[in-house]
Design a protein around this ligand. Structure first.
Ligand code: 9L3
Ligand code: MG
Length: 125
């Protein structure tokens, strides 16, 4: 599983989940499941095209691996926006947050451990 940290002008892009019911309303770094044969970068590029309608390149790892209950691992990568403006094609809403706002927002549990790593790159904390 791959997740993207898109940071522009010291703000991080967060996306609000619509599903499953227990995660709906919580915010996450957008991303999803790498398909067989896909590199992490391929998966990020495809997922962000599908979810946000943007082209990205990247990226360096950020934060630690997060083991998921089903045995998969979630990894975050810092990616750069190459073209397009993010639109919530698969989420309820998008939001750009600075370092202070990141502490106040209801993140999905899996993403919470990345906050200190993300904040290093954000304004306002
Ligand atoms: N997940 C957690 N944090 C994230 C992402 C992209 C995904 N930043 C978790 C939530 C779901 C599972 O991974 O339990 C599958 O995500 P998706 O394929 O529904 O996006
Ligand atoms: Mg997804």
């Amino acid at each position: 599983m791959v997740a993207a940290a898109i940071i522009v002008d010291g703000r991080l892009l967060l996306a609000q989940r619509t599903r499953p019911p227990e995660l709906a309303g919580l915010w996450e770094l957008p991303g999803g499941k790498a398909e067989a044969g896909e590199t992490a970068e391929d998966a990020l590029r495809r997922e962000l095209r599908e979810e946000l309608g943007v082209e990205v390149s990247g990226g360096d790892r950020i934060g630690d691996d997060v083991p998921l209950p089903d045995g998969r691992v979630l990894r975050a990568y810092r990616v750069e926006l190459v073209s397009g403006t993010p639109v919530a094609l698969d989420h309820a809403e998008l939001r750009w947050v600075d370092g202070r706002e990141l502490g106040d927002i209801d993140l999905v549990g899996n993403d919470r451990g990345w906050v200190p790593d993300l904040r290093v790159h954000l304004n306002g904390w």
